[in-house]
Write a protein that binds this ligand. Structure first.
Ligand code: A2P
Length: 292
């Protein structure tokens, strides 16, 4: 399997593999096995987890069992909302590293913005300290809208390396991608295939993107799956993509996307699917796990 994954250079100069494995909603057993298979067999070099997923220890065990040197693997985890504020943030990165069994992560993200802007800025200042300490090579955010990004950049002068946002063909996030692009902030997509049909602030409708006729039509023309078409769409848009699966065949299929290309007509057809429909809640409406 290929490990010649395309990379994106982050503002820190670090290279992030543009395609990684997501493990949200995967239990310990599935996570450990999926991570070991993804890295050890399928050729992945990038794993995306979070303190809130409850599976950091399993990710660590999967990495250790993969047989691939830690230095070749890009690991992301995220700070949960209850851990905003300086003291809690400093404790949270140590707890995440302890669970992962690692001495540093490659990317540490603030999982969600807070409505309490002062507290969110305090957290970002602490993330900058964490980066300086070497416990995180790069730091970034998730689910930040332009006004959240502006608040932390205005206060500290340091933009996040990454903004990880809900992004799939129904929510193409053109404006936010443009905003980030102009500021050197790399964009990562969560629920890049349209999600699992359940989650934070989500409605419980099933994933209908995987069977969308526009996507299945394109997939048939390329003799590929709809998941592979969506992954190509993200890659060709310059987005970092972390499809989640705990099934070996899908994990392997999702990285087998480097030898075909969507043409302009395909990309235009996928653009028509952008209705702005979200799977998760809007970041301005959710205040998950915030203290008080
Ligand atoms: P599973 O883990 O059972 O394979 P997301 O958009 O958040 O990455 O979610 C993808 C969802 O689609 C997951 O629930 C995953 O479930 C499923 N999935 C992942 N890869 C594929 C694939 N290649 N084909 C079909 N379903 C997939």
């Amino acid at each position: 399997m290929s490990t010649d994954l395309p990379t994106i250079e982050l503002a820190t100069g670090s290279l992030i593999p543009q395609l990684g494995l997501g493990v949200w909603q995967a239990d310990d057993e599935d996570t450990e096995r999926a991570v070991r298979f993804a890295i050890g067999t399928a050729g992945y070099r990038h794993i995306d987890t979070a303190a809130a997923y409850g599976n950091e220890a399993a990710v660590g065990r999967g990495i250790a069992a993969s047989g691939v040197d830690r230095s070749e693997i890009f690991v992301t985890t995220k700070l949960w909302n209850a851990d905003h504020g300086r003291a809690r943030t400093l404790a949270a990165i140590d707890a995440s590293l302890e669970r992962l069994g690692l001495d540093h992560v490659d990317l540490y993200l603030i999982h969600w913005p807070l409505q309490d802007t002062d507290r969110m800025i305090e957290t970002w200042q602490t993330m900058i300290e964490i980066q300086a300490s070497g416990k995180a090579t790069s730091i970034g955010v998730s689910n930040f809208e332009p006004h959240h990004l502006a608040a932390i950049v205005d206060a500290t002068g340091q933009p996040p390396a990454v903004d990880q946002i809900e992004l799939h063909p129904r929510l193409a996030q053109r404006e936010l991608r443009e905003f980030c692009g102009e500021r050197g902030i790399a964009v990562e997509a969560w629920s890049p295939l349209g999600g699992s049909g359940s989650g934070w602030g989500a409605d419980s409708s099933p994933n209908t993107l995987l069977t969308d006729p526009t996507l299945t039509g394109i997939a048939e023309r390329h003799s590929r799956s709809t998941a592979q078409v969506m992954i190509r769409w993200h890659l060709q848009n310059g987005v970092i993509v972390i499809p989640k699966s705990v099934h070996d065949d899908r994990i392997a299929q999702n990285i087998d996307v480097l030898d075909f290309e969507l043409n302009a007509a395909d990309m235009d057809a996928i653009a028509t699917l952008d209705t702005g429909a979200r799977i998760g809640g809007h970041p301005d409406e959710l205040n998950l796990g915030a203290p008080d």
